[in-house]
Design a protein around this ligand. Structure first.
Ligand SMILES: [Zn+2]
Length: 69
């Protein structure tokens, strides 16, 4: 499973505990994420909620931290 280009990674490393944090809102095809938007994540381990600013690297599919499932 890969992350489609044009949206932030669906799973990232939690900034608080190092666990897996999941993107809460998958990009709507009609309202895709854009650079400068805030992508909401929630950690499955500590249940913390945080937002990450979307950067250009998220949108071109070249982010180095894309997980393999
Ligand atoms: Zn966490």
């Amino acid at each position: 499973m890969t992350t489609p280009a044009g949206q932030p990674a669906r799973v990232i490393v939690c900034v608080e505990c190092g666990g897996r944090a999941h993107l809460l809102q998958i990009a709507d095809p009609e309202a895709p994420y854009a650079e400068g938007d805030w992508a909401p994540y929630r950690c499955e381990d500590c249940l913390d909620r945080f937002d990450l600013e979307v950067v250009a690297e998220d949108l071109d599919g070249s982010a180095p931290d894309r997980p393999t499932v």
